[in-house]
Design a protein around this ligand. Structure first.
Ligand code: ADP
Ligand code: MG
Length: 232
């Protein structure tokens, strides 16, 4: 089984700062995530959740231990490998970073064109149908300032999922949303990612969405533990 894991983390430690200011924030973290799994990570603020997500997403260098993502060891991997790997990951982080001068469709389309050599016409229709899938079919030509917080977050989700990522990393994606839109975006993410056979790792404090998880893990003071396996 272990060899099938899409993410395999073994004995990872992480430190910020140097010299006397060096501070350890992750302690001997070990975990695996299989294809198609939805895993929720909970835990108090400052416990190391975002740090772990950025290590898995190859947005930060793994210092100690082993971090295997899509079969590649990230520790000491060359930048070219990391660039390649990032193409297979959909990132949904709190600051959605939509480009304000582009419409919803253009924001999603740009992500396709940056990541692939798919022709513009094809990218156009992919962006349209992904926005329709997240319930924004009527809003494709709107600019970010014309959209609500929930709608912007859906654009960010469409942008993250449109290239069929094998892994979706989402850091508190519902934090800025009301109950209903929070629930909606998570279900959209779950459905789309499940259809694409991706693994989802979702950080949340939102108790109302815990039931979408196949498995819940908890981070506390930089140490990861398993909470429960949700009944099928
Ligand atoms: P969480 O996402 O669970 O809130 P973080 O991973 O953001 O936790 O932070 C874990 C710890 O690392 C905290 O003590 C935080 O202050 C510290 N930290 C996070 N990012 C940095 C950074 N870039 N430089 C120094 N310390 C950081
Ligand atoms: Mg965080």
């Amino acid at each position: 089984m272990a060899s099938d894991s899409i993410i395999k983390i073994q004995n990872v430690n992480h430190y910020y700062g140097s010299g006397r200011l060096r501070k350890q924030v992750l302690f001997d973290v070990t975990a695996s995530i299989e294809p198609g799994e939805v895993v929720i990570m909970t835990g108090p603020s400052g416990s190391g959740k975002t740090t772990l997500l950025t290590l898995i997403g190859a947005l930060r260098s793994t210092q100690e231990g082993s971090m295997q993502v899509l079969g590649e060891e990230l520790r000491d991997a060359p930048e070219s490998k990391l660039v390649e790997l990032r193409r297979n990951i959909g990132y949904i982080f709190q600051a959605h970073n939509l480009l304000n001068s582009l419409t919803a469709r253009q924001n999603v389309q740009m992500s396709i064109e940056l990541h692939t050599d798919i022709p513009k016409v094809k990218a156009y229709s992919m962006a349209e149908s992904m926005l329709a899938a997240v319930g924004l079919g009527e809003w494709i030509n709107q600019y970010p300032h014309e959209l609500s917080g929930g709608q912007k977050q859906r654009v960010a989700i469409a942008r993250a999922l449109v290239c069929n990522p094998k892994i979706v990393l989402a850091d508190e994606p519902t934090a800025a949303l009301d109950k209903k839109s929070g629930r909606d975006v998570v279900e959209i993410m779950q459905n789309l990612a499940k259809q694409q056979g991706a693994a989802i790792l979702l950080v949340t404090h939102d108790n109302r969405i815990l039931d979408i998880a196949d498995r819940i893990i908890n981070m506390e003071d930089g140490q990861l533990s398993s909470i429960s396996v949700a009944p099928v």
